[in-house]
Design a protein around this ligand. Structure first.
Ligand SMILES: Cc1cc2nc3c(=O)[nH]c(=O)nc-3n(C[C@H](O)[C@H](O)[C@H](O)COP(=O)(O)OP(=O)(O)OC[C@H]3O[C@@H](n4cnc5c(N)ncnc54)[C@H](O)[C@@H]3O)c2cc1C
Length: 399
C-alpha cells in the first residue's frame, strides 16, 4: 500500500499538518514535549480541540459523528498527530466504549453518552482487570445484583488507567455464577463520583500516576446503565478488540523518538569529549531500532491493505501488537544510553527549572528515563505479549 504518491492523500496530510501547527493548543504540545503529566483540565482541552474539529472520533462511522475517513486517511492522521507531538488520545472513551455504545446501546444511551465522548468533553475509564483476574479475565468476580430499577455493584477493579481523570467507568460485572465463566458477565456503566466508589492511586516505576485501584461498595446505578443484554457482556468485550486503532503501531511517534535520540546523541554529552553518536555500539543499536520501525511499518501497511474500507484488521492485530511494543521497548532503551549517569536524577514530573537549563543530554535524561520505564508496560497491557503469541499460534497459524 503506497501512501506517498496519491495527491489526494498528500493534500489531506497537508491539511492535518496545518491544523496541528496553527490551531492546536501549543501549550499542550510544549508540556507533552517536556514529558510532564497533563492535568484533567489539560486533557479535556487537548481532546476537545480535536473533538470540535470532528477529528477525535477518527474511526467512527459518519452516522455516529465520525469524519468518514478511509483506513489510509486514519493512518495518515495518526502519523501526523504523533509527528506534531499531540498527547495520545485516551482510548477508553473514543476507541473502546464508543463503538460498543453505538453498536449495542439503545437510542437513549447513544444520545446520553456519544456526544460527550466524540467531543472530548467527558473522560472514561475501563474497569476490566481485577486483583485475581487479568489474562484470565473471565474469572472476574466484581458483582452486579439487580434490585428493582437499579443494579448494586460490589468489588475491586485494578490497573484502571486514567480513572482519576474520568467521569465514567465501564465495567465487566458478574450477574450469574451458575454457568460457564464467560457466561453471566454483564457490561455496565457507572459515574466515577457515585457514592461508594473509591479511587486509590497507584504510582508506577516511571514516577507517574497513571493507574488506580477502584473499589465499589454497594454502588447503586440505574438499570439502564447496563449495555445490551444481561449475561452477554463477554461478547461485547470481545467486540472491543476488533476496534483497536489501525495505527496501534504508532509509527509517527517512534520515528519522532528516533530523531530525538539521534539529536541528543549528536550533542556532546555533558562533561565528556566525544559524541555518543560516534560510538559504534550505540550507532549499531540506533540503526537496528530504525530497521525495526521500517519492518513494523511494512507489516502494518500489508495488514491494512488487506482490510476493506469500513472493516478492521482481525487476528493479525496480534502480530502488530507484539512487533510494535517490542520496537517501542527497543527504541526507549536508547534513552538510557543518552541519559548516561544522569539517568538516576529523577523523573519528568519532578524536574527542577535549574536542571532544564543544562545541556541537551542533561535536559532529556529525566523524561527519557521516565519514557523508558513507562514503556515496559506496553507488553503487559492490551493483553500481554505471551497471550498474543498464544492467539497467533492458535488463530493465525492454526497450530
Ligand atoms: C500500564 C497498564 C495499564 C493498564 N490499564 C488497564 C485499564 O485501564 N483497565 C483494565 O481493566 N486493565 C488495565 N491493565 C491491566 C492489564 O490488562 C493486565 O495487567 C493484563 O491483562 C495482565 O493481567 P495480570 O496483570 O493480572 O497478569 P497475569 O494475567 O497474572 O499474568 C502474569 C504473567 O503470566 C503470563 N500468562 C498468563 N496467562 C498465560 C497463558 N495462558 N499463557 C502464557 N502466559 C500467560 C502473562 O503473560 C504474564 O507475563 C493495565 C495494565 C498496565 C500494566
Amino acid at each position: 500500500m503506497d501512501l506517498k504518491t496519491d495527491p489526494k492523500l498528500e493534500e489531506f496530510r497537508a491539511d492535518v499538518r496545518a491544523f496541528f501547527a496553527n490551531d492546536f493548543p501549543q501549550d499542550i504540545l510544549e508540556k507533552t514535549a517536556r514529558g510532564a503529566s497533563l492535568t484533567t483540565a489539560e486533557i479535556r482541552k487537548s481532546e476537545s480541540a480535536l473533538g470540535r474539529k470532528g477529528w477525535l472520533a477518527a474511526a467512527w462511522p459518519e452516522e455516529h459523528g465520525g469524519p468518514g475517513w478511509s483506513l489510509k486517511e486514519q493512518y495518515i492522521f495518526d502519523e501526523e498527530l504523533e509527528r506534531a507531538g499531540v498527547p495520545t488520545v485516551t482510548p477508553m472513551g473514543v476507541v473502546y466504549v464508543g463503538p460498543i455504545l453505538y453498536t449495542f446501546g439503545t437510542d437513549e444511551q447513544k444520545a446520553r453518552w456519544l456526544p460527550g465522548i466524540r467531543e472530548g468533553r467527558e473522560g472514561w475509564a475501563q474497569g476490566y482487570s481485577e486483583p485475581e483476574a487479568g489474562s484470565d479475565l473471565a474469572s472476574l468476580q466484581f458483582s452486579a445484583v439487580r434490585d428493582g430499577d437499579e443494579y448494586v455493584l460490589n468489588g475491586t477493579k485494578i490497573w484502571t488507567s486514567a480513572a482519576q481523570h474520568a467521569d465514567w467507568i465501564f465495567c465487566l460485572a458478574r450477574t450469574d455464577n451458575s454457568g460457564k465463566k464467560q457466561e453471566g458477565i454483564t457490561f455496565i456503566i457507572s459515574e466515577m463520583d457515585r457514592p461508594g466508589v473509591t479511587l486509590r492511586p497507584i504510582i508506577t516505576i516511571d514516577g507517574k500516576h497513571a493507574l488506580n485501584q477502584v473499589t465499589f461498595d454497594n454502588v447503586r446505578v440505574p438499570a439502564d446503565y447496563r449495555i445490551g443484554e444481561e449475561g452477554k457482556g463477554w461478547t461485547y468485550s470481545q467486540f472491543l478488540l476488533g476496534h483497536e486503532r489501525t495505527s496501534y503501531a504508532r509509527i509517527g511517534g517512534k520515528r519522532k523518538q528516533l530523531a530525538h535520540i539521534r539529536a541528543i546523541a549528536s550533542a556532546v554529552p555533558d562533561g565528556g569529549n566525544s559524541r555518543l553518536i560516534d560510538d559504534d555500539a550505540f550507532a549499531r543499536k540506533l540503526a537496528e531500532a530504525n530497521l525495526a520501525v521500517d519492518a513494523l511499518e511494512m507489516t502494518v501497511l500489508r495488514v491494512l491493505s488487506a482490510v476493506k474500507d469500513g472493516g478492521a484488521p482481525g487476528k493479525e492485530a496480534s502480530i502488530i501488537k507484539i512487533l510494535a511494543t517490542e520496537a517501542a521497548q527497543q527504541i526507549t532503551t536508547l534513552y538510557l544510553d543518552t541519559a548516561g549517569l544522569n539517568a538516576n536524577r529523577g523523573f519528568a514530573d519532578s524536574v527542577s527549572p535549574a536542571w532544564l537549563e543544562g545541556g541537551l543530554a542533561t535536559q532529556h535524561a529525566a523524561p527519557g528515563v521516565s519514557t523508558y520505564l513507562g514503556t515496559r508496560a506496553q507488553s503487559i497491557y492490551g493483553g500481554t505479549n505471551e497471550i498474543q503469541h498464544n492467539i497467533i499460534a492458535k488463530r493465525v497459524l492454526e497450530l
